[in-house]
Design a protein around this ligand. Structure first.
Ligand code: GLN
Length: 203
């Protein structure tokens, strides 16, 4: 059993607690000891072994994030820290984001994932839905995927692998140490989190 990993969920806005609960469950199944907590200061981010950027509203997160925290996340990712970005979290990790209705907002993006996303691509809150997705990286059983004002990945760079599609739309990607999902795995089950911690800590 590996001891004392330090995982953080960016704690500015969004469903922080659900991501903590789901990570805890995955850590238990992976027999991984350590801490999982919400983080909002660069001093804490600098000490992390892995990070989750939760879903919520990416424009709000972009405006709440300080230049210092933004830079710490960028630096840690470039040093190889594994990151899981969920929905708004994936948008924040992307290098370009637009919305068909409101266009491109001047939001701060980490540009860590070489993808362009269409925000709210399935419509607004009322068009939220759930489905079951096949994710070969996880195994044969399908995972429950909940889409809430979800983005779709429209363009991917050479380094980016497609992890899941819904119909013909890219809804999960991976690039080196980063995984991004359009849907909310933390509201379905812990399978994607288990994949994330196993890959992050080479279990
Ligand atoms: N629509 C939100 C955004 O663009 C993301 C929604 C979510 O994280 N569930 O930021």
């Amino acid at each position: 059993m590996r001891n004392s990993v330090n995982i953080g969920v960016l704690g500015l806005q969004g469903d922080i607690e659900e991501n903590i609960i789901c990570t805890k469950s995955a850590m238990k199944k992976a027999r991984l000891n350590g801490e999982i907590k919400a983080v909002r200061y660069s001093e804490d981010i600098e000490k992390l072994d892995a990070m989750i950027i939760p879903g919520g509203e990416s424009t709000v997160m972009s405006s709440l994030i300080s230049a210092k925290v933004f830079q710490s996340i960028k630096t840690r990712i470039s040093e190889g820290m594994p990151v899981l970005g969920v929905c708004a979290g994936m948008i924040l990790l992307s290098k370009g984001a637009y919305d068909r209705v409101v266009g491109e907002r001047k939001q701060n993006l980490l540009s860590a994932l070489d993808i362009t996303v269409e925000r709210n691509a399935f419509g607004r809150q009322n068009d939220s839905f759930e489905t079951y997705l096949n994710i070969p990286l996880i195994g044969k059983s399908k995972i429950r995927a909940i889409f809430i004002r979800a983005p779709v990945v429209k363009e991917i760079g050479k380094e980016v692998e497609v992890v899941a599609k819904f119909e013909d739309k890219i809804v999960a990607v991976k690039q080196n140490n980063i995984i991004g999902t359009s849907f909310h795995p933390e509201l379905g089950d812990d399978k994607l989190f288990l994949l994330f911690v196993k890959r992050a800590f080479k279990i």
